[in-house]
Design a protein around this ligand. Structure first.
Ligand code: ADP
Length: 489
């Protein structure tokens, strides 16, 4: 039944481009034969059917033009006109009647042809557009299926309308078309241990905010137990009027990249550990040697050895930094909390740093008169790092200003230099691991981890670190710390 309905319904056949000749031909011919038979055999009034025939033929021409294009319409026009001629012939019209009959047939024929051409052309144009659109959709679908990333497209109601094969390969779950994407299953697949507010899924966010949500990383456990790391972003799809009609979610499998990073971190950890042990022995022996040579009174050798000691210290601090990086990555950077005098710690840090540089004067401004609960030596490490950067990146200056102030329960330290400064566009990356401003990295040596470690140390103590700088205008690095555990919490 539904097949018959589909066959006769012109709307269902839109876009099909399958135009029939026989269906309009047989339908019209059969109708006209039956009508004629009715007029002769049942009604016994051959002319009584004229109005009905004009009415039904108009309907047929419209219907077949729309169902079967120009070809269907013209078929219906031809059978209709032939039937009219047949009627004129069989009813034996003559004189004025014949003339008016012929005129009517000509006028109706032209009108019908016009109607069939217009409607048929309209139908064929619609078919062509629908076809083109379908072609485009197929092309897009083929591309989406072949993409190396997972793609989920949801309609404005948040239901999946397109899902490529990679999604299942990455997540290990099948997302059926039509499923609600803030539903439990998909969300749980993303966020392993956390209950998730469904309104906060990325697709939902893209749909509701009309904004692109970029690269969130998740560690998930797939259905088959395999751990995978994915990066997910979502973007809204807007129509011509700027209304959200859908959203696309892209899922990248970054497991391999993460594993490589882990291997690299492990390697850095092991290598720096292996380097540190012999270096500690070297340091011990040079100190013994220094004392022996001092006793011998050889001044030149004492000087050389002092220099050697300074290089050993530098090497040891570099290795210490690398070890810290691998500890941070493994979540094993330890903190020893104690109560300490902040002003004293700052003064001592500056005093122990000053001997390393004769050219630069480190000026201290302000005081806090506060006791702070935190890790004293880790905070010292941050100050030393900021001071050594301030000097390293200020080749044409001769001073660094360290100021400190306290506002209530917080202490803020600022380390200001008058050096090369940092372009605004680079500042957001400064505290990332291994980041160095490219344009100057050839000129100044370094590993790009000092600020990363510093920010971890400050953040873990509940504080914040930031920078204010302009290219060529020097830089000021700030950090603040809470004075007590209560404030930190
Ligand atoms: P490193 O100094 O070893 O490269 P850091 O993590 O300490 O690593 O610093 C990261 C980058 O930030 C540096 O490479 C440098 O480009 C920039 N930078 C840090 N401190 C300053 C400063 N005081 N002035 C100018 N640029 C700085």
């Amino acid at each position: 039944m539904s097949k018959i309905l589909w066959y006769v319904n012109p709307l269902a056949r839109l876009g099909l481009r399958r135009y029939s000749f026989w269906f309009p031909f047989f339908t019209t011919v059969t109708t006209y034969i039956l009508t004629d038979m009715y007029a002769y055999q049942i009604a016994h009034a051959p002319d009584s059917i004229a109005a009905f025939v004009i009415f039904i033929s108009t309907i047929y021409i419209i219907y077949f033009s729309f169902r079967d294009g120009i070809r269907g319409g013209i078929t219906a026009v031809l059978t209709t006109v032939s039937f009219f001629i047949y009627i004129i012939y069989t009813r034996q019209y003559s004189g004025a009647r014949l003339q008016s009959g012929v005129n009517t047939v000509i006028i109706l024929g032209v009108l019908y042809l016009f109607l069939a051409s217009i409607i048929g052309w309209l139908k064929q144009t619609i078919d062509m557009f629908i076809d083109q659109e379908a072609d485009q959709r197929r092309r897009l679908e083929a591309i989406i299926q072949q993409l190396p990333v997972g793609v989920i497209i949801a309609n404005s109601a948040g239901q999946a309308v397109q899902v490529n094969q990679r999604v299942e390969a990455i997540l290990g779950v099948k997302i059926p078309l039509g499923s609600q994407l803030h539903g439990e299953r998909v969300v749980n697949a993303y966020e392993r241990d956390k209950p998730v507010d469904p309104t906060k899924t990325l697709l939902e966010k893209a749909l509701s905010t009309k904004k692109v949500v970029t690269g969130k990383e998740y560690a998930i456990k797939r259905g088959d137990g395999k751990p995978v790391y994915i990066q997910v972003s979502a973007s809204p799809i807007l129509n011509g009027e700027g209304k959200v009609i859908a959203a696309a979610q892209i899922i990248y499998d970054i497991t391999q990249q993460k594993q490589m990073e882990q291997l690299k971190d492990e390697f850095i950890g092991i290598a720096s550990h292996e380097l540190k042990t012999p270096l500690t022995s070297i340091k011990g022996y040079t100190q013994i040697l220094e004392r022996i040579i001092q006793d011998m009174g050889n001044e030149k050798a004492t000087q050389y050895l002092a220099r050697t000691n300074r290089y050993i210290d530098r090497l040891s601090s570099l290795i210490g930094d690398l070890l810290d990086v691998s500890r941070i990555q493994a979540g094993k950077l330890e903190f020893n909390y104690e109560e300490y005098d902040f002003d004293r710690m700052l003064k001592e840090s500056i005093e122990s740093f000053q001997p390393f540089t004769e050219k630069y004067k480190i000026i201290k401004k302000g005081s806090t008169k506060k006791k702070v609960h935190g890790d004293r030596s880790r905070t010292e490490q941050v100050i030393t790092n900021l001071l050594s950067n301030a000097i390293k990146y200020s080749p044409d200056s001769d001073k660094v200003v360290v100021s400190v102030r306290n506002g209530g329960d917080w202490i803020t330290v600022a380390v200001r230099d008058f050096g090369i400064g940092i372009p605004k566009s680079k500042q957001k990356n400064l505290f990332k691991r291994f980041y160095r401003v490219e344009d100057i990295s050839q000129k100044f040596s370094g590993l790009g981890i000092g600020l990363y470690i510093s920010s971890e140390i400050i953040n873990r103590q509940g504080g914040k670190i930031w920078v204010e700088s302009d290219e060529g205008q020097g830089s000021t690095f700030y950090f603040n710390l809470p004075i007590s555990r209560k404030v930190r919490a």
